[in-house]
Structure formats: C-alpha cells, structure tokens
Design a protein around this ligand. Structure first.
Ligand code: PHE
Length: 406
C-alpha cells in the first residue's frame, strides 16, 4: 500500500476512498494455514473433507463433493454481498467491518462469496475452504484473519424424493406465501427433506469431531442468503458454543446462477473456533505462530487423532492504558484504532478493550479509554520495550486518527 497503489501478487490496484487494507493484513495472503501439513487447521479441514466424502457417494461409490481450497481471497462486492442478496445498505458492507482494496475489490469476509460462481460453473456438491478477513476487536478469540469452510449441496427432485413411478405426486416447487418455514416458492415436503439432510449431515460432522455424546441444539437464525436458517450449538465444558450457520439456499440465488431444477442447502463454519474447542487452544494468535512449541504438538499423520494442547509458555502480561478525545466530526471508528494497534504492536498485543467511554456534558466531547494488554507468546517483554511501542501507538493515533491524547 503505497502512493495510491495496492500491490497484491502480480496485480496492482488503484487506491481510492474505500481503501483500508494495511500491509500487515496483506502479509497474511498466501499463508494458507489450512493447507500447511500438520497444522491444526489442516487436520480439522481434512476431517471435514473425509466426513463429507464418505457421507455423499455417487451410485458408483465415488465422493460427490469437490473441494476448492485455493481460491484467491480477493473478491468483488458483487461476490461477497450482491450475489448473496445482501441489501445495498446492509451493515455487513461497512468499511469499518471489512478490508477493502478499493471500491471494486475487498478481501472476502466469508467463504459464501464463492457460492454463486461455483454454482453457475455447474458444481452442485462442494466445499470451499480458505482465509477470510474481518475488521474486529482484539482479544484471545478474535483475529482479523481466520479460516472458514463452506458446504453447498444441490439436489434434483429424484435425488431428494428418490425415483419411482409416481414422481408426479412429489414436487420441489409450489407457489405459496413466504413464511417462517419456507421461502414461498418451495414445496414444504421438499424443504423438510432438505432440512433433515442438512441437520443430519451437520450433527454427524459435529459428532465425528466432538464425540458421539456431545450435547447439541439447533437455534433459529437469519442470513440474507438462506431461509429458513439455523445455527448449531454444542455444549462444551458447560457452555453452549455456536459452531456454524446454515440454511436452505434462497432460490433466487440458484435462479441467478442459472439453476432452475434444483434446491439446495449451505453451511459455513469457522475452523479456528472448532480447533480451539477441539484441542483446547487458548489463544487464536497461536495459529499463526511459527514456534515449534506449538506446531510440534500437532505433528502426527492421523488427522483424526484427538489431543489436548499443552500451553508451552505463560509469559507475563504488561498492561498499559491509553485515553484520548475523539475528533468532533464523528469519523472515528474503534476498528481504525484496533488496526493501528495491530500495525504497530503486531504480535506483542494480546488484547485491546474499550474500558471507558465518556462524553463531557459541557464540552460535548467524547473520550475513549482503551486498555492494551501486551504479551508475546514466545518470549518475555520488558516494560521498557512495551513503553516504546505504547508511545508509538499514542503518537500515530494522534497523527492519523485526529484524536487528542489525554
Ligand atoms: N457466511 C455465514 C457467516 O460467515 C455462514 C453461513 C454460510 C450461513 C452458509 C448460512 C449458509 O457467518
């Protein structure tokens, strides 16, 4: 990102008013942790592929699902939003939540960005695996880059109902009213069969990873691209943990992709979340670690092996607060500050939390106080070293975010 240009691989993009990718974020492109042998994310993605391969076989016994795990994360707003029926004014498009290269390109915020193009290419049972990018808060379970697996399955009438003599008694489509249970274009029995296949598949997947006895529940959800939609939660150490989102694909998406005789379902899940729960990994930054204390624990051939991660190092934390007055123009977004902290602090920063948000009654000025917890995962940080970083954060915030340090 320099002099109005953004360079990604061979391609140069013109920066504009939407540009907010940083060199730090761009440095994650091509790391492909999900493809790295012995990486925990690779083990989990292999278990997921294996499960899907064995569950859906062609009549000849070949796996039906194809796997797309090397698609470039640079996508258009059309792919990431429009093709999924996400409204033009939807909050998820905001600059403060996404990494835009410019107004025409962004780093995908979910693997759903590839649904529509793969469907129009003719794929009807597929998995997409890859890195996704979201501007977010900083703590042990949030990192602006993580990995998702998307699953899509389309079926014809005879695949769904089986083929037999009275096929005319069964229909995929029916003109009705859109309601909580269906989109208004589907036959309710068809929707129920899809729901049963989808839920059976995902419960099976979750049980393969979290154990046959794992307690699970389905919660109604909303996504612009599926209806009805659900989330699957599992109970882990007494907490209900959301594992994935899924639903019946909006028929309009299929029609737009040129498919008129099939119905389908889709799901999306975050690999880090699954891996952290499965192996007991306490901090999401560990996935990016090149430390052998981390990676060596996953050096085994059999991806379905269950291990408990042992924390190698607990170096001490250094806590420093920073307070500033926000600029009066309302342009300030906390995610701008989080990016700035990441750019300067890198892997020395463990957490940033807004601990005080106060508006002066007379001056009508707002002040934010953030607590920054510094801790390196691979060594002890000295207070002097932290002070230098903290000062640099104060200085850069004042210069580039127009805040006034208190
Ligand atoms: N893309 C959604 C997300 O990232 C997950 C999802 C995928 C939901 C497919 C439904 C269907 O949150």
């Amino acid at each position: 990102v320099s002099s109005g240009k953004v360079q990604i691989g061979e391609r140069t993009y013109e920066a504009d008013e939407m540009t907010n990718v940083t060199p730090k974020i761009l440095s994650h492109l091509g790391r492909n942790l999900h493809l790295q042998k012995y990486h925990p994310l690779n083990h989990i993605s292999q278990r997921i592929s294996k499960f899907m391969y064995s569950r859906y076989l062609s009549p000849r016994g070949n796996p039906l699902f194809s796997i797309h795990d090397r698609l470039q994360p640079v996508v258009t707003p059309h792919q990431n939003f429009d093709s999924l029926l996400i409204p033009k004014d939807h909050v998820s498009r905001k600059k403060s939540d996404n990494y835009y290269i410019n107004k025409d390109f962004l780093l995908r915020a979910h693997t759903s960005a590839h649904q529509s193009e793969l469907i129009s290419m003719g794929f009807d049972n597929f998995l997409v695996m890859g890195d996704v990018y979201r501007r977010d808060e900083i703590d042990a379970s949030h990192y602006p880059v993580f990995h998702q697996v998307e699953g899509v399955r389309l079926t014809t009438k005879s695949e769904l109902f089986g083929s037999h003599q009275n096929m005319d008694d069964f229909q995929l489509f029916e003109n009705t009213e859109r309601s909580e249970t269906q989109q208004g274009v589907h036959n309710l029995e068809a929707v129920k069969l899809l729901e049963a296949d989808l839920k059976g598949c995902l419960e099976g997947l979750a049980m393969t990873l979290f154990g046959k006895d794992a307690e699970m529940r389905w919660v109604d959800a909303y996504f612009p691209f599926t209806h009805p939609s659900w989330e699957l939660e599992v109970k882990l150490n007494d907490d209900w943990v959301e594992l994935l989102g899924c639903g019946v694909i909006e028929q309009e998406i299929l029609v737009n992709a040129g498919v008129i005789d099939k119905v389908g379902w889709a799901f999306g899940l975050g690999l880090e979340r699954w891996a952290m729960k499965l192996y007991g990994i306490p901090d999401i930054r560990l996935f990016w670690s090149s430390d052998s204390g981390f990676l060596s624990q996953f050096k085994f051939e059999d991806s379905s092996k269950n291990i408990r991660y042992k924390n190698v190092s607990q170096y001490p934390q250094c806590v420093n607060d920073i307070s500033f007055w926000l600029p009066g123009d309302g342009a300030y977004e906390p995610s701008d500050f989080y990016d700035l902290v990441r750019n300067i602090g890198g892997s020395t920063v463990e957490q940033v939390t807004l601990i005080d948000n106060f508006t002066h009654p007379k001056k009508k000025m707002t002040s934010h106080c953030y607590r920054i917890v510094y801790r390196h995962m691979e060594r002890t940080l000295t207070q002097e070293e932290v002070n230098v970083i903290h000062k640099e954060i104060e200085k850069t915030a004042a210069e580039s975010l127009n805040v006034v340090i208190r």
